[in-house]
Write a protein of this length. Structure first.
Length: 350
């Protein structure tokens, strides 16, 4: 494993970093790093049932990821979120967490997981210094879970969540994708569960990134509609002032006094009906070493090639800057010019 302090041989002096500011003034401080395209389930809004994964040698090694994140940190990236595919299927993920935590400038290393392997790995991830964790959970009903994930596993996810809580992982958040005709019956039970457990819950609108290409606007159950269902069950929700900063989600508190209002937030990520592109501070690195400036980017910048052909840090800096410079104002879902990226969610990293 190359630690940030031991790859000096690659380094040529990099000019004093200026932030990663794009043509629209957006400053990029958040990097989503996918560590694999593999997964232990097959959510229908993400992966195909019959899938061919990238050969392992095409994926960046942990040493390569650490090197790229070190360079990005020099350019103002402050938080890293590990994702996939399912990040916990990649061996020894805690080692990567530990190495990333040691990079000067990186304040936070977070994880998005389906939770299936959390029961086994929560403790070592916490010990490695994982800052936050998002666990995807769309339904508390076994049958619906199976229908979405095309696999069993609800009990395992719930056990993983319990273990994450037990080992003291902070800021556990549940992510639920809402799909019209499928998710309505889960909205209130998920909220009840999150309130009871003290988890922050976020509903995410279904985006056109499913490998099966079944997405249509008609399948989007909007954040506004979900909020309406919650208000009917729990009373008015109050927006959390100033909570959305660079965050895509609008967070709300319950006002019925039944929960600890400080922890039981509920949020809505509405990329389809309420795009937050003007506040987007994210960059993405795919598992096979491609930089992207948007989930819906149709262009990629190949850092793996640079890494494997002796590129120095200055070359990586130029590549990241070029990627940022060409970020579009908005993804344009729903507009006539919208173009779906070729890759699906599991190949990009959500
Ligand atoms: N396997 C991990 C997981 O499921 O949490 C991490 C990767 S997954 C691609 C990241 C997030 O993207 C998950 O919360 C998942 O629900 C969400 N997601 C996947 N496909 C989506 C889609 N088409 N629209 C909206 N969210 C999606
Ligand atoms: Fe796997 Fe996550 Fe995609 Fe579901 S959403 S198939 S858990 S990568």
């Amino acid at each position: 494993m190359i630690s940030p302090s031991t790859h000096a041989s690659h380094q040529t002096p990099v000019p004093e970093a200026h932030g990663l500011v794009d043509a629209f003034g957006r400053v990029h401080t958040d990097l989503r790093v996918s560590v694999t395209d593999r997964c232990n389930i097959r959510c229908r809004y993400c992966m195909p049932l019959d899938v061919t994964f990238k050969p392992r040698e095409e994926l960046l090694s942990y040493a390569e990821i650490t090197r790229v994140v070190s360079v990005a940190a020099g350019l103002g990236v402050r938080s890293v979120r590990l994702t996939g595919g399912e990040p916990l299927v990649r061996r020894d993920l805690q080692k990567l967490v530990r190495d990333l935590r040691q990079i000067k400038g990186i304040d936070e290393v977070a994880l998005t997981t389906n939770g299936l392997l959390l029961g086994q790995q929560a403790r070592q991830l916490a010990e490695a210094g994982l800052s936050r964790i998002n666990v995807s959970l769309d339904s508390l009903r076994e049958e619906t879970f199976r229908e979405i994930a095309r696999s069993d596993g609800l009990a395992q996810v719930l056990a993983g969540l319990a273990e994450a809580k037990r080992v003291g992982l902070q800021q556990i958040r549940l992510n639920a994708v809402s799909i019209r005709g499928l998710s309505e019956a889960d909205v209130v039970p998920l909220a009840r569960f999150a309130r009871q457990e003290g988890f922050h819950l976020r509903f995410i609108e279904f985006m056109p990134l499913d490998a099966d290409r079944q997405w249509s606007q008609l399948h989007v159950l909007s954040g506004r509609e979900v909020r309406g269902m919650l208000e009917e069950a729990f009373g008015p929700l109050k927006p959390v002032a100033g909570h959305d900063g660079g965050q895509p989600a609008a967070d709300y508190r319950y006002t019925d006094g039944a929960t600890d209002a400080a922890v039981s937030l509920v949020g809505f990520i509405d990329p389809v009906t309420q795009p937050f592109c003007e506040r987007c501070d994210r960059l993405r690195l795919t598992a096979d070493g491609q930089f992207r400036n948007c989930l819906f980017s149709t262009e990629e910048w190949d850092v793996r090639h640079l890494l494997r052909t002796g590129g120095d840090d200055a070359a990586i800096v130029s590549l990241i800057r070029a990627c940022v410079a060409q970020k579009r104002a908005a993804h344009g879902i729903g507009t006539p010019t919208f173009e779906r990226p070729e890759r699906a969610m599991y190949q990009i990293g959500g």
